[in-house]
Design a protein around this ligand. Sequence first.
Ligand code: SAM
Length: 263
Amino acid sequence: MTNKNFSHRARKRFGQNFLTDTSIIEKIVKAISAKPSDKIIEIGPGQGALTELLLTSDAELHAIEIDRDLAAFLREKYANISHFHLHEEDVLKVDFSSLLSAEQPARIIGNLPYNISTPLIFHLLKYLAGVKDMLFMLQLEVVERMAAVPGSKSYGRLSIMVQYYCQVEKLFNVPSSAFSPAPKVESAIVKLTPLKQTANELESPEQLTNLLRQAFAQRRKTLRNNLSSLISAEELENLGINPGLRPENLSLDDYVKICKHLH
Ligand code: SAM
């Protein structure tokens, strides 16, 4: 609890697991290392565990919170802090283009509600031109999927899409005991840094999304099977890709190569 006068019953539907371990909170804020010139967007500030310390940096901070009671609490608590801006909204519906600009790329951070973390990451990937970096607390399993290499069990659509856009760094694990209530799953901090677009750039990343949906439709089948409606085995071979491989054996570059061939 970050405030003695405020008692809030954690709401499961909003994925509320509040950070209570001071040393972990400090470690996360240190990893962010905010500067006064930063523009920070915090997703799900909750009772302000991270917000409180982040505000001491003097950075402009925009906090997006869906829970009406928590929003009211934060609004009152930081009423006198001019660099604090509260947005009482569902983050999945926020049009980030109104908050972001390429001139002052923002840093997006948050101990994310685990029930919406994957759709939220896909939502944010659309706005990276105005993003400097993102530092999130997520389920360890999701962080492992983001950072996974080809051929590993965790490697799949999420790994490839996130790695197409960002450099992925897993920073450290966070035990369940650092939260109240304690989540049933382990957690970890991940840093995502948008890549400057390279030769890999596709005309439309939608093409990659669609290709991956098809390629991973049946994980245990070969590319020849999963991609039969899009590309022939012979064409795959001509691209230097063995059609007998399974989808998890291809690198991001291989998928980009197939996309470019198809479009
Ligand atoms: N940052 C706080 C902490 O570390 O103690 C709270 C983290 S808690 C895991 C997730 C927070 O996200 C909660 O405050 C919850 O109300 C908020 N939240 C859940 N769904 C949301 C949504 N769709 N849009 C905005 N905030 C949301």
